[in-house]
Design a protein around this ligand. Structure first.
Ligand code: UDP
Length: 310
């Protein structure tokens, strides 16, 4: 049994990760300030004596008495709609917040995993994106608070772990979806599912020719665990390489929900990456991990979850 800290524990990925870690019999200390995380995501863990929750904003010092073996630093706003509304908080949690989480790792000599993002590649000129690509990021655009915040976090992890000699991992998380996403989250899969279930227009931004590759949550959690348990200390893409256009995604969700919704086209937001697809050769080689859940299967499970709550 290990003692593991998860920051962002009440968030979408964080709460699934806590569930997995508790299921393996670990002690989990979850930290969240409910910026976008929700109590309902973690309520079910409170009856487990191995779960401890601390409501805390990690831009303030994180002081813990317990011995800690591992830290997953997942705290951050992650939906473009939320992080653009709260750009300053996003910048701070990924910079000062990451430094505070790293300070905790240094004091406890814990292995540290940073949740980074495919957004470090910006609007990529290389396709699919490999970890060796340095990215094409606007430093002063609508997405910069998140993209540059995460880029800073990667640098901080490298510098801290080198200087103080503890082990660290960096996961570049590509678009991930599944149950427990917020219906008001603004990201494409919850938006399209909610719109389709209510027979409201499905809002495709731009022409819908932009692409993403979507990873189901159980695969994402398995990837993060495999990375943490590996001995690889450079950034690794964790995502599903199955690429789809946003228009095709809209049609797929419409058909899976038997919806009457019309598809409507809206203005493409500024700096919206045109293409994104994870190259996961490194993850396959170093972690022996690859995603198992096909898009259609994952969408069906996610639709069921939203349907029960619409
Ligand atoms: N998108 C869309 N309609 C929506 C929400 C998003 O067409 O209602 C598009 C968005 O412009 C982007 C893609 O879907 O091209 C993925 O957007 P999301 O916000 O989920 O994440 P991103 O990958 O852009 O961070």
């Amino acid at each position: 049994m290990e003692s593991i800290v998860v920051t962002g524990a009440a968030g979408f990925i964080g709460s699934h990760l806590c569930e997995f870690l508790l299921g393996k019999g670990n002690k989990v200390i979850g930290i969240d300030n409910f910026a976008t995380g929700r109590m309902e995501n973690i309520e079910q863990f409170f009856s487990n004596e191995n779960f401890k929750f601390i409501e805390h904003d990690i831009t303030k010092e994180i002081a813990l008495k317990e011995n800690i073996d591992k830290i997953f630093n997942l705290a951050s706003l992650a939906s473009p709609v939320f992080y653009q509304k709260n750009s300053f908080e996003t910048l701070l949690v990924n910079s000062i917040g990451t430094i505070n989480a790293l300070e905790l790792a240094r004091k406890k000599d814990a292995i540290f995993l940073q949740a980074s993002t495919s957004e470090v590649y910006g609007d990529p000129k290389e396709h699919p994106q490999k970890e060796t690509y340095y990215g094409n990021v606007n430093t002063v655009g609508l997405r910069s608070c998140y993209d540059e915040g995460k880029r800073f976090s990667e640098t901080a992890v490298m510098e801290f772990s080198k200087k103080y000699g503890f082990e660290a991992r960096i996961a570049r998380i590509f678009n991930t979806y599944g149950p427990k996403m917020r219906s008001d989250d603004g990201r494409v899969i919850p938006n399209f599912i909610m719109q389709a279930l209510h027979n409201k227009p499905i809002t495709v931004y731009g022409t819908g020719s932009q692409t993403r590759s979507f990873c189901y949550i159980s695969d994402q959690v398995a990837g993060l665990i495999a990375l943490m348990n590996s001995s690889y200390s450079m950034p690794v893409n964790i995502g599903n390489p199955e690429e789809i256009t946003i228009l095709h995604l809209a049609e797929k969700i419409k058909s899976l929900t038997n919806s009457q919704s019309p598809i409507e086209f809206r203005e493409l937001p500024e700096d919206d990456p045109l293409k994104r697809k994870a190259d996961i050769s490194l993850a396959m080689e170093k972690l022996g991990w690859k995603p198992k859940v096909k898009l259609e299967e994952g969408l069906k499970k996610t639709i069921e979850w939203f349907k029960a709550r619409k």
